[in-house]
Write a protein that binds this ligand. Structure first.
Ligand code: ES4
Ligand code: ZN
Length: 319
């Protein structure tokens, strides 16, 4: 039995498996530039974050209808349940769909159809976090936030993703202030490829409660001290870091050193259809590659509930 855990860093579009991509392409009459699932899988050799993002945004062309988003999310939740996930805080990228003419309501209503049945069907509670694409303008992010206002009963927070370097958090200060004023929780990707200063900026300027990745904090001992002192959760994604070449091999991942330093670490799957595994696969992989023992795996699982946007009673119950 996999350890019960929460998944806090998961892009729903990154759960699009090649088989589902081809099924949706056929259903929606979309031409894919790959002959079959095997040829598509062979394209999953990435040099960095950008080379992944190019393929990831391209394959989203198959997602068009409410039913597509519902099928995508239901497939993820079934897999997540089998991996011991009891609670999932799920990112989605509205701007990537709006740009293709897919309205926000289609995305949110489709995802919600699966999420609303998730506890009953899969035993997984869920939340949605809307991410802004940081390589698009702050104005576009603000427009997206305004467009989401009628749907705020379905969105617990906002995040920031896509190409990090050259798009520091401060660019989105006003958007995050507006999101906070709407009562939304705040997270942001920082320190995945970008420098430790982006992590500091996400904390000080955007006032995030949780840092997605945060990997490169290890280059700044004062920042590590602060993250420990303030008990800021990090949603690490070790398999993603290897596939996107932030780290050469999993054996060199700093996870164990980060836990030794006292950081509140969680491990997550990021874009599991692309990075070679779902979250319990990640637990197994770090045990094998880094010698993280059973007690520490339990600590990681416990941390995931502490870091979740659940009230204390719900988190205790899930454990
Ligand atoms: C992402 Cl791994 C990663 N980093 C930044 N943005 C993303 N969107 C989807 N996966
Ligand atoms: Zn991510």
């Amino acid at each position: 039995m996999p350890i019960p855990k929460a998944e806090l860093h998961l892009h729903i579009e990154g759960t699009l498996e090649p088989e589902l991509a081809f099924a949706l392409a056929a259903r929606n009459d979309v031409d894919l530039p790959y002959a079959d699932t095997e040829e598509l899988r062979k394209a999953y050799l990435f040099d960095d974050l950008q080379s992944f993002l190019d393929l990831y945004y391209g394959l989203m062309a198959v997602l068009r209808t409410e039913a597509d988003f519902a099928d995508l999310a239901d497939a993820y939740l079934a897999r997540a349940a089998a991996q011991g996930v009891r609670h999932a805080e799920i990112f989605f990228d509205p701007q990537a769909h709006l740009a293709r003419g897919v309205p926000l309501a289609t995305v949110i209503d489709g995802l919600s159809r699966a999420l609303d049945r998730s506890e009953e069907r899969h035993g997984v509670s869920t939340r949605l976090i809307m991410c802004f694409l940081r390589d698009q303008s702050a104005e576009s992010a603000m427009e997206t936030l305004r467009a989401a206002e009628p749907h705020l009963d379905r969105i617990i927070g906002v995040g920031l993703d896509s190409a990090e370097v050259g798009h520091p958090p401060a660019k989105f200060k006003e958007v995050y202030e507006a999101a906070a004023a709407l009562g939304l929780r705040l997270v942001a990707h920082a320190g995945e490829e970008g420098p430790p200063a982006y992590i500091t900026e996400a904390l000080d300027v955007l006032r995030v409660e949780r840092v997605d990745h945060g990997l490169r904090c290890m280059e700044d001992p004062e920042l590590v001290e602060r993250l420990v002192r303030e008990r800021v959760p990090l949603t690490l994604c070790p398999l993603s870091n290897v596939r996107l070449r932030a780290i050469d091999v999993l054996e060199e991942h700093p996870l164990a050193r980060m836990m030794d330093a006292g950081l509140l670490c969680t491990i997550n799957s990021d874009d599991p259809a692309y990075f070679g595994g779902y979250v319990d696969d990640t637990f197994h992989a770090v045990r094998e590659a880094l010698g993280i023992d059973q007690e520490r795996l339990r600590t990681l699982a416990r941390n995931s509930f502490e870091a979740a946007f659940l009230d204390r009673d719900a988190a205790d119950e899930a454990l």
